[in-house]
Structure formats: C-alpha cells, structure tokens
Design a protein around this ligand. Structure first.
Ligand code: IMP
Ligand code: MG
Length: 177
C-alpha cells in the first residue's frame, strides 16, 4: 500500500470543496445526502466547513461485492432518505469511478421531487467514466488505481485511515483476515 494523498492534503482538499460549495449555494439552505458507507468521513469533515443552514440525510448504495475491485450490480436502500421534495440536494460520495452510482442516485432524487440535485466527491478516477453525468464538485482527480482510507474500504477494512492510499495488486489479491 502506498500513500496517494496525505492527511494534510485531504484536509486541504475538503476545505477547498467546502469553499466551492459555499460559493455556489450562497446562504441557501441545503439538504446534504451522504452515500453510505464510503462518504461518512468526508461528510463529517465537510459539513463542519459549510456555512449555510443544512439538513443531513443518508442513503445506502452498494456496488462492490466482497473482494471485488470492479463494480457489480448497484443496490440502493432508500429507507433512510429524508423528504427531499422541493429541496436543493447535494449528494456526497467518496469517489466517482464509473459514475453509475451517482448517475442513478441523482435520477432517483429528482424522481422524489427534489428542486435541484448536485453532487460532490472527494475523488474522481480518470478514464473510467461510463455515464453522461459528471460530479459537480471534485476535490482530487486520481489515476485508475484501487484506493482505500478516509472512508474508502477494501472488504470493509481501512475506512479509518486518515489518508488515501493505493492498494498494491498483491494486497488486493491476497486474503484479508
Ligand atoms: P461508481 O458507481 O463506479 O462511480 O462507483 C462508485 C462507488 O464504488 C463508490 O461509492 C465506492 O464505494 C466504490 N469505489 C469505486 N472505486 C473505489 C476504490 O478505488 N476504492 C474503494 N471503493 C471504490
Ligand atoms: Mg460507495
């Protein structure tokens, strides 16, 4: 495993993201919807840098199965989503990879009657996009490597790392105990 973004770099990136979001929305109230589980660390740090009145909601989307490092079918658990009718919604996710997760969720939130839906991610992997939709706010562009830390997991591990690290192929294929 090797560090791609140090804790300091991540912290600066999150502050940059928050300034961008603050500038875009001004003082308008916002409904932030975090995508479980990968967004939890970003969500917690980001909202502490935002200045508008905001509500926080969560939903669960899973596209990775076990040790797979390539996405499988997307399942969405919407039980937790707050009422978004007429609200400006900002989806928060850890990473935009193929874009399928965010594209699906943006569409579903529109269908639930949101006034507007935008998205913000910590990371965007280059060269992997499979959908039209791009994230509106991105802290860092990264190469096509499998990353962990700062909320991102491999088999539910490493979410607690304060930095973002690339998993080496040997780590990815080896057993996780
Ligand atoms: P997408 O739908 O392909 O954009 O995938 C987005 C989801 O896949 C994210 O919410 C992550 O949970 C997961 N994901 C994509 N790339 C990585 C990675 O490099 N490490 C950990 N999780 C990832
Ligand atoms: Mg995720």
């Amino acid at each position: 495993m090797h560090v791609l973004l140090s804790a300091e770099q991540v912290c600066e990136g999150v502050q940059r993201l928050a300034r961008e979001i603050d500038l875009y929305y001004g003082g308008r109230s916002l409904t932030i919807v975090g995508v479980l589980h990968g967004s939890i660390v970003l969500l917690a740090d980001l909202i502490r840098h935002l200045n508008m009145p905001l509500r926080v909601g969560l939903l669960q989307a899973r596209s990775y199965r076990g040790g797979a490092t390539r996405p499988g079918e997307l399942t969405v658990n919407r039980d937790l989503i707050p009422d978004v009718r007429g609200r400006d919604v900002l989806l928060i996710d850890d990473i935009y990879d193929t874009g399928r997760t965010l594209a699906t969720l943006v569409e579903q939130l529109h269908a639930l009657g949101a006034n507007s839906v935008r998205s913000a991610v910590l990371l965007r992997k280059t060269g992997r996009r499979e959908v039209e939709l791009l994230p509106d706010h991105v802290a860092f562009e990264i190469p096509d490597v499998f990353v962990v830390g700062y909320g991102l997991d491999y088999c539910e591990r490493y979410r607690n790392l304060p930095y973002v690290a690339a998993l080496d192929t040997a780590d990815v294929e080896g057993p996780v105990t």
